[in-house]
Design a protein around this ligand. Structure first.
Ligand SMILES: [Zn+2]
Length: 228
C-alpha cells in the first residue's frame, strides 16, 4: 500500500492546514508492518521534532507536516489497522490527540508552582544558615567590646577567648554545612525540574520560564505543537 498525504492527498482525514503541501509526504507499507515515510514538501516532514527525508515509522508514530499539523500515522491510513501494545484499535481522532497535549500541558502549571515553592524554601533555608553564621560573629564582637571597656574583666580573658573560639568554630561549621547543603539541594531541584517541565509532545525542556509565559506563547518552540 502506498498513499500520498497532503491537502490533496489520499489520507483518511482532511487536511486544511496551509503549511501542509498538496502532496506533502508519502507513506508506503512494509512487509513487517512498519511504514516508510518520505518527505515530498519544502515545508518539511518531522519525526521527533527532526526534519526527515525518508524514515521508517510505525502506526503509532507521531509526525508533523509543515509548521503545525501533527498527526499519528494510523490516523492517515485509509482503513482501521490493528494497533499493538494494548491500544484501542479505534483510531484516535485528531482533536483527541490535541486535547491530550493540552491536558498534559495544563499539568505543567502544578510542576512550575511546586518548583517555585521549593526554590523559595531552599533560599529561605540558606537565609537562616546565613543568620546562624552572622549571629556568633555579632556576639563575639559584643563580648570583645565589653571586655575592652571593663578593666576588671582582665582575669576572664581566657574564658572570653575560649568562648570566642567555640563560637568561631560553631559559625564556621554552620556556614560550611549551609554552603554545602543548599547548592546540592538546588541542583537536585533544577535537575528534576528539567525532567518534568517538558513539552508534552517532543519532550524538550521548556526552560526556567513561568507557566503563564508559556501559556501565552501557546506553541512549542521546538516542535511547534499547539498547547492551548
Ligand atoms: Zn514540543
Amino acid at each position: 500500500m502506498e498513499i500520498i498525504v497532503g491537502r490533496k492527498g489520499q489520507q483518511s482525514v482532511a487536511i486544511t492546514d496551509l503549511s501542509v503541501s498538496r502532496e506533502h509526504c508519502k507513506l508506503t507499507s512494509n512487509s513487517d508492518g512498519t511504514y516508510t515515510l518520505e518527505n515530498l514538501s519544502v515545508n518539511g516532514t518531522f519525526v521527533d521534532g527532526k526534519s526527515i527525508v525518508r524514515t521508517q515509522v510505525t502506526v503509532n508514530t507521531e509526525i508533523r507536516l509543515g509548521s503545525s499539523f501533527i498527526v499519528r500515522v494510523r490516523d492517515l491510513l485509509p482503513s482501521p489497522v490493528s494497533v499493538p501494545s494494548g491500544h484501542s484499535s479505534q483510531a484516535a481522532t485528531l482533536s483527541s490527540i490535541e486535547k491530550e497535549y493540552q491536558e498534559k500541558f495544563r499539568k505543567l502549571k502544578a510542576v512550575y508552582d511546586r518548583y517555585s515553592a521549593d526554590k523559595i524554601a531552599i533560599q529561605k533555608e540558606a537565609g537562616i544558615n546565613n543568620f546562624y553564621r552572622m549571629l556568633p560573629m555579632t556576639l563575639m564582637s559584643l563580648v570583645g567590646l565589653t571586655a575592652a571597656v571593663l578593666p576588671g574583666l582582665g582575669n576572664f580573658a581566657p574564658v572570653v577567648g575560649t568562648a570566642g573560639i567555640v563560637l568561631l568554630i560553631y559559625s564556621l561549621a554552620k556556614s560550611y554545612k549551609g554552603s554545602k547543603e543548599n547548592p546540592e539541594k538546588m541542583e537536585a531541584l533544577n535537575k528534576q525540574f528539567m525532567i518534568d517541565y517538558v513539552c508534552p509532545k517532543c519532550g524538550n525542556f521548556l526552560g526556567f520560564v513561568p507557566y503563564e509565559t508559556l501559556a501565552n506563547k501557546s506553541v512549542c518552540s521546538f516542535c511547534k505543537c499547539k498547547w492551548t
